[in-house]
Design a protein around this ligand. Structure first.
Ligand code: BDR
Ligand code: CA
Length: 308
């Protein structure tokens, strides 16, 4: 597959699983790296392998950090179940990892390929560790497109989004890294791209095993939002970070300076964006504020339905 070269760093996760399928159709995935997040590392890794297996993807998978830099590990069973990928019957996973050193894989891949995009859609532990160990990789990147943070309400606390809250120290390292280009798809953006019963029905109508599996994932994921938030639509966070690389024209971005609150009693993990008119703070991030959700969802459904 051609398209931008990416490393997809993820913690599957229902929306991570869809990000894998989407990225495989629109990018050259150099590696999938896994991190502790939605579920413990051994589960997020097994889930990444499962998605590669059912979709027939020949992409190396490397397991990474099993805990955040400083705070204790936390997971998201309410949204993703205890396996991280609850819902449809789970096939046995035969694929095995290509390595257990995601940080080394990230460093080596960026050093040996030009113009790589890092696409982190889980806690930023692997990425921060790689930057700390090999600062030279930062300037070699084409950019970083991450799902995380929020300009507005959080989803774990009133002010923090899960990926940033789960490892705020790693997130601050990444936002302060000086990467040539950084794009942020936060909750303010991802809540514009929602899966409802109509999307699930169109996946089922396609009749393939993979779309049926994803429909089963979405049944579980949507049921959680119905129960917890009384919503008949569930935000599809992680594919937004892939689309911000492959089709930036779908988005409206605003360049801002963003820092992460690592120590606040009430605000740990908050992404603090300087939105003051006339501020002299140098922007370090292109925040995605708007997405053409109709066009984005069509691309996602087409990508999922392209698998048997
Ligand atoms: C993020 O946290 C996880 O639950 C999702 O996979 C997404 O990456 C949303 O807050
Ligand atoms: Ca994720």
């Amino acid at each position: 597959m051609t398209g931008p070269k990416i490393i997809l760093d993820c913690d599957p996760g229902h929306d991570d699983a869809v990000a894998i399928l989407l990225a495989a159709r629109h990018c050259e995935i150099l590696a999938i790296t896994t991190v502790s997040g939605n579920a413990p590392l051994h589960m997020t890794t097994a889930n990444a392998l499962l998605m590669c297996q059912i979709a027939g993807l020949d992409v190396p998978v490397h397991a990474g950090a099993d805990r955040p830099l400083l705070v204790p590990a936390a997971h998201a069973p309410r949204a993703h179940g205890h396996s991280g990928l609850d819902g449809p019957p789970r096939p046995e996973v035969h694929r095995t990892v290509n390595g257990n050193d995601a940080v080394g894989c990230i460093i080596e891949t960026i050093r040996t390929h030009d113009d790589v995009w890092l696409v982190p859609v889980g806690p930023l532990t692997n990425v921060a560790l790689a930057m700390r160990q090999a600062p030279d990789i930062v300037e070699r990147l084409a950019g970083i497109s991450l799902m995380g943070g929020a300009i507005g309400p959080g989803n774990v606390t009133p002010t923090a989004e899960f990926n940033i809250w789960a490892d705020p120290h790693a997130a601050q390292i990444v936002f302060a890294s000086g990467a040539p280009l950084m794009r942020m798809a936060g909750l303010n953006l991802t809540h514009q791209l929602c899966v409802g019963p109509d999307v699930i029905a169109s996946l089922r109508a396609s009749g393939g095993t993979v779309p049926e599996f994803v429909a089963g994932l979405f049944d579980f994921y949507l049921a959680g939002y119905r129960e917890r938030a009384d919503l008949d639509a569930a935000p599809l966070h992680d594919p937004c970070a892939v689309l911000a690389v492959t089709l930036p024209a779908l988005f409206e971005f605003g360049a801002r300076h963003v820092e992460v609150e690592t120590a606040g009693e009430l605000t740990r993990g908050m992404t603090v964006a300087d939105e003051r008119p006339g501020t002299d703070a140098d922007p370090n991030c292109e925040i995605a504020y708007r997405i053409d959700a109709g066009a984005a969802m069509e691309l996602i459904v087409d990508a999922v339905c392209s698998y048997d």
